[in-house]
Ligand binder design. Structure first.
Ligand SMILES: [Fe+2]
Length: 237
């Protein structure tokens, strides 16, 4: 079920319209990668789902985490749009894949019972979870806020990150975490460092400003997800 996007400039647009009209052109402008390259490409490294997935039914409402249904106040924090394509290792788009995200709010707090022992602040206006379905070009899109860091243990603070789970039309579920470049906490993060350094750029993405002249002044993260697994064509080893 979709809800109306209430952000200035997007009033009255439905969830799908946010994805397919307002953002698609801008995203194309900031993405320099071709849609149908022939070469094999590196798969996106997988990452643990962690303890904060799926506390609620339904799991997610739509792809706009900034507003909750029935509330008029947006979530606190730095608003970003996160968008990209889901592909196989031949750069072919995977249409109809369900893409879920979940994340901490701007204060580093998950709205999840497993995080109830945290003294970090809850944001009653932050959706925390979202989902989208990829279109014919494999594109998905979310509006959310940049998550805050949070302590996982006395000597480990997790850097800002967004959890992704992809449910492709064929094949198995795929989980990863997306990080932000230039975060000092990235350097010592135990989960990020499970990934070879040469592959960090595949899960560590910059926040980029809006293209010159773009309306709305949105900030974007361009994050493509490449599935390499049974059910989609994967690079032979
Ligand atoms: Fe997390």
């Amino acid at each position: 079920m979709s809800k109306a996007i209430r952000a200035p400039g997007l009033a009255g647009l439905t969830r799908r319209r946010l994805v397919t009209s307002a953002g698609a052109g801008l995203l194309a402008a900031v993405s320099s990668k071709p849609l149908a390259a022939a070469a094999w490409i590196e798969e996106t490294p997988s990452q643990p789902i962690g303890p904060f997935y799926a506390p609620f039914k339904p799991l997610s409402i739509d792809n706009d985490l900034l507003f909750l249904p029935g509330r008029t106040e947006p979530a606190e924090g730095r608003v970003i749009e996160v968008a990209g394509r889901v592909m196989d290792q031949r750069s072919r788009p995977l249409a109809g894949a369900r893409v879920e995200i979940f994340q901490a709010n701007t204060f580093g707090r998950y709205n999840h019972p497993n995080h109830a022992n945290s003294n970090l602040k809850l944001d009653p206006n932050f959706q925390g979870f979202g989902h989208d379905l990829t279109d014919a070009e494999g594109r998905y899109r979310f509006r959310t806020i940049k998550p805050g860091p949070y302590p996982d243990s006395p000597d480990w603070i997790r850097p800002p990150h967004i959890h992704f789970i992809v449910f492709p039309a064929r094949g198995e579920n795929w989980a990863t975490q997306m990080y932000f470049v230039a975060e000092e906490l990235n350097r010592k993060d135990l989960l990020l460092n499970q990934i070879e350094p040469r592959l960090h750029h595949l899960v560590m993405r910059p926040i980029i400003g809006p293209p010159v002249g773009a309306p709305g002044g949105k900030e974007y993260v361009d994050f493509d997800i490449v599935l390499g697994q049974p059910g989609v064509e994967r690079l032979p080893t």
